[in-house]
Write a protein that binds this ligand. Structure first.
Ligand SMILES: O=P(O)(O)OC[C@H]1O[C@H](OP(=O)(O)OP(=O)(O)O)[C@H](O)[C@@H]1O
Ligand code: HPA
Length: 262
C-alpha cells in the first residue's frame, strides 16, 4: 500500500493559492508596492484648518443635550437585548453549525439573503462559513414604514443565480408572523430548488401566524429566540432607521405610537 498522504480539501480555502502573512513583523510579500504619497497640491484640502475641523469626529459630549438626542440612534432604544459581543459570539456558533452541514453537500449551496434586513447578518455569517457557497439576494417587503405586517409580502427584486436543482439557504434577520418566509419559500420552490433551509438571526415564535414548511432536507437555523417586542438594530429597522446599530434593542413604543397616531 502506498504511504503517500492524501490531503482531501473540502473547504473553499482549497482554491486559494497562498495566504500572505497578516503579522506586519513577518516578511512582507515582495510584490506589494508601497503607495507613494500624492503630490503636495493634491493634499492641500486636508491641510486646510477649516476642513480639518469639519472632518473631526463629533462626540456626543461636545453637543448640547437636545442635539445629542437627535443625532444618536440610541435615543430610540428602550433596552438592549443582545450586545454587539453577544451577537458576534452567537453568529460564530450558527456559522459553525451551518458550515458543517454545507461541507457535507455534494455541491456548493446558494445562500439567499433577504434584503434589506438580512444585510449585516448575511455579511457576518458567510465570512465565518468555511465551505464553498454562492451568495445572492432577493428583496421582500411587507412592513413598509410600520410595525405590523401587511400580510401580503411583495417580492420586489428577484435572484440573479439559477437555483434549479440547488441547495438553498435563505438568510433572514427575523421570522415574525412567518408571512415573508412562507411566500419566499413557495417562490424559490417554484424555481426548482432541491432543498430549502432557513437561517434566521432572530426567531419570534410568539407572533407566528404561518407555519414554515422547509423543502427537501432543509433545516432551520436560528440565532436567538426574540421576545414579543418590536426590535431594531443589526439590520432590523423601523421606517428604514436603526439598521446600523451593532446590537439589538427594543424600540421605545413612543417612537412608533407617535407616528401611527398622525
Ligand atoms: O415574519 P414576518 O412577519 O413576515 O416578518 C419578517 C420580515 O419583516 C422584515 O422585512 P420588511 O418587510 O420590514 O423589509 P426589510 O427587510 O426591508 O426591513 C424582516 O426583514 C423580514 O423579512
Ligand atoms: O420586531 C421587528 N423589528 C423590525 N422588523 C421586523 N419585521 C418583523 N418583525 C420585526
Amino acid at each position: 500500500m502506498s504511504n503517500i498522504n492524501m490531503v482531501v480539501t473540502t473547504t473553499q480555502d482549497s482554491g486559494i493559492l497562498a495566504r500572505f502573512p497578516t503579522n506586519p513583523a513577518s516578511s512582507q510579500p515582495r510584490n506589494i508596492v508601497t503607495p507613494t504619497p500624492p503630490p503636495a497640491h493634491q493634499r492641500l484640502p486636508n491641510k486646510s484648518p477649516a476642513l480639518r475641523a469639519r472632518h473631526r469626529p463629533t462626540t456626543l459630549a461636545a453637543l448640547p443635550a437636545a442635539a445629542a438626542v437627535m443625532v444618536s440612534a440610541e435615543a430610540g432604544i428602550e433596552r438592549v437585548l443582545w450586545t454587539e459581543a453577544e451577537v458576534a459570539a452567537r453568529v460564530g456558533e450558527v456559522a459553525a453549525e451551518l458550515a458543517a452541514d454545507l461541507r457535507a453537500l455534494p455541491e456548493p449551496a446558494v445562500v439567499v439573503g433577504v434584503a434589506t434586513g438580512a444585510l449585516l447578518f448575511l455579511a457576518d455569517l458567510v465570512r465565518r462559513v468555511d465551505a464553498p457557497l454562492a451568495v445572492d439576494f432577493v428583496r421582500v417587503e411587507s412592513y413598509g414604514g410600520g410595525t405590523e405586517s401587511s400580510g401580503k409580502p411583495r417580492i420586489t427584486a428577484d435572484l440573479k443565480v439559477d437555483i434549479a436543482g440547488k441547495h438553498v439557504v435563505v438568510v433572514e434577520d427575523i421570522v415574525d408572523t412567518g408571512n415573508t418566509l412562507s411566500c419566499l419559500i413557495a417562490h424559490l420552490e417554484k424555481k426548482g430548488a432541491s432543498s430549502i433551509s432557513v437561517c434566521t438571526f432572530l426567531d419570534k415564535p410568539a407572533r407566528r401566524k404561518v407555519d414554515i414548511q422547509l423543502v427537501g432536507d432543509g433545516k432551520f437555523y436560528s440565532g436567538f429566540e426574540c421576545p414579543d417586542y418590536f426590535v431594531v438594530g443589526y439590520g432590523l429597522d423601523y421606517a428604514e432607521l436603526y439598521r446600523n446599530l451593532p446590537y439589538v434593542g427594543v424600540l421605545k413604543p413612543e417612537k412608533y405610537k407617535k407616528d401611527s397616531s398622525n
